[in-house]
Design a protein around this ligand. Structure first.
Ligand code: ATP
Ligand code: MG
Length: 497
């Protein structure tokens, strides 16, 4: 018996069968050989590539960290609970990607863009690979625009420009995070897109940073990418890369982005931990040989784009920790050689309450001088030398030596001015006025309390002054009239203080 040729149900079925594409479908299935501390060794996936996402039977995901001839090492992105040797692993064919877009602003996210703030997942514009090539030389422009931090000690002596990579390095508890976060807050108030990346920090410390930005800066211009110490090492490893992809989405729209990596010493430790588990041969200080390349390819992604590419920029402030003042340890030297300069914090200055505790002898900004507003440069020229000489003299005078009284008075004033409370940013114009007054000798011999009062009063005085406010936020020149107005203002401010 056969169905009637005109039966519409049969015809529909035939059409559906004909529409099914026939052909060999392959699915690569691997098997977990062994597991250790957030890492799995997997065999049977010869086609898998680096950074490819793998699916585990519990729903957990991982990505390919390293390839061997007949096996690979996958890092877990979710807790590996319930997975044991013998479990099957599926390829996804997708590289590790992160959600990007304006909806990330104001959010606290993990390195995969999953919310940590209790709010729903952000509406995503696109997915970008976590690892992306750095812009080529011809796509870049020189660093030439200032990126003010609001910290006199940085802006006046170690100016940072948009697109620069400036390392903040020092011992534990010397105010490294404070410098980075103060700069971030200042920039968020200027409308810059800011990203704070916490790698291996305690959640309590992370919460303090978020709270500081909420109270003093603009949360709606800031993204927090958090991979705490207690999380999967895979997430800690991923955090700086995925956060940079988030930054690049804004940069490619012509925005300026400031990104703080806090900190890359902990990132290096995570890389070492995973590499040792993956049996990569350990090198110097037991770090695998590719650690330099890892951080170089991360920080190469910062920079200023050419006008043809939209002129956007990513400024990077990586943080690194050192032991006992040892700047020549492996990771700090690597980072110093990759970055365009370093702000070195000093435990001695910090303990002496000279905060931000910036060591002016060891710190340097290799490109920022070109980006420093000309008017600030005009009054900050001698600052570093005068301050360094003062510190030296002070040390000798402790042993009963003689100091030049005038120089000591100048130096003491500088030390007072450079010490700055947290969350008290000083606009560039006020910095210029202050330093013009200093240069004119108006501040020599004035006690610390009055200097502090002056500094607090100066921003609003400058804003109200017709000559100075006409110069704009970051003036390129300071003519004699403006200089005289600045000095007069400082005198007036001292009189009131
Ligand atoms: N300019 C400042 N004025 C007053 N206190 C400050 C200043 N800078 C930092 N501090 C305080 O010093 C402490 C240590 O600062 P911070 O956490 O920034 O140091 P850190 O070097 O990042 O420490 P860690 O090594 O733990 O990461 C904090 O309590 C901070 O509030
Ligand atoms: Mg810190």
């Amino acid at each position: 018996m056969s169905a009637a040729p005109s039966d519409p149900a049969i015809d529909a079925l035939k059409a559906r069968i004909a529409a099914v594409p026939l052909g060999a479908a392959t699915e690569e299935r691997g098997i977990v050989l062994s597991l250790a501390d957030g890492l799995a060794r997997v065999a049977g996936l010869p086609g898998a590539g680096l950074n490819e996402v793998l699916d585990f039977p519990t729903g957990a995901r991982g990505f390919v960290l390293s390839l061997e001839e007949d096996a690979l090492h996958a890092v877990f992105l979710d807790p590996p609970e319930g997975i044991s040797a013998g479990a099957t692993v599926l390829r996804t064919g997708k590289v590790l990607s992160v959600p990007v877009g304006a909806a990330l602003l104001g959010r606290v996210l993990d390195p995969l863009g999953r919310p940590l703030d209790g709010a729903p997942a952000p509406d995503v514009d696109a997915l970008l690979p976590a690892e992306r090539p750095a812009p080529a030389i011809i796509e870049r422009d020189f660093v030439s625009e200032p990126m003010e931090t609001g910290l006199l000690v940085v802006d006046a002596m170690f100016a940072i420009g948009r697109g620069q990579r400036e390392l903040i390095v020092g011992e534990r508890q010397t105010g490294k995070t404070a410098i980075a976060v103060d700069a971030l807050i200042t920039q968020s108030l200027r409308g810059t897109v800011c990203i704070y990346v916490a790698i291996g920090q305690r959640m309590s410390a992370v919460r303090r940073v978020i709270e500081a930005v909420r109270r003093h800066g603009r949360l709606d211009r800031t993204i927090f990418v958090i991979a705490p110490a207690a999380d999967q090492p895979g997430l800690r490893w991923l955090a700086p890369f995925s956060a940079t992809s988030m930054a690049e989405w804004f940069r490619d729209r012509g925005d300026h982005v400031l990104i703080v990596y806090d900190d890359l010493t902990k990132h290096a430790a995570t890389h070492r931990e995973l590499a040792l588990l993956a049996r990569q041969p350990p090198g110097r200080e037991a770090y695998p040989g590719d650690i330099f390349y890892l951080h170089a390819r991360l920080l190469e992604r910062a920079g200023k784009l050419s006008a043809a590419r939209g002129g956007g920029a990513i400024t990077a402030l990586p943080v690194a920790e050192i032991d006992a003042g040892n700047l020549s340890a492996y990771i700090p030297t690597n980072l110093i050689s990759i970055a365009d300069g370093q702000i070195v914090t000093s435990a001695t200055l910090f303990a002496a309450n000279q905060r931000p505790a910036v060591d002016v002898g060891l710190s340097v900004s290799r490109v920022g001088g070109k980006a420093q507003p000309g008017a600030l440069k005009a009054v900050a020229g001698r600052l570093r030398l005068d301050y360094a000489q003062y510190l030296e003299m002070k040390m000798f005078s402790r042993f009963g030596g003689f100091g030049d009284a005038a120089r000591l008075a100048r130096g003491a004033a500088i030390a007072h001015l450079l010490a700055q409370d947290r969350f008290a940013p000083l606009p560039v114009l006020a910095q210029i006025a202050l330093l013009a007054g200093l240069e004119a000798g108006v501040l020599d011999g004035v006690d610390g309390g009055r200097l502090l009062a002056l500094r607090q009063a100066l921003p609003s005085m400058v804003a109200a002054d017709p000559v100075l406010s006409a110069l704009g936020d970051t003036p390129a020149r300071l003519d004699d009239g403006a200089r005289a107005a600045a000095i007069a203002l400082v005198r007036a401010g001292l009189g009131a203080a």
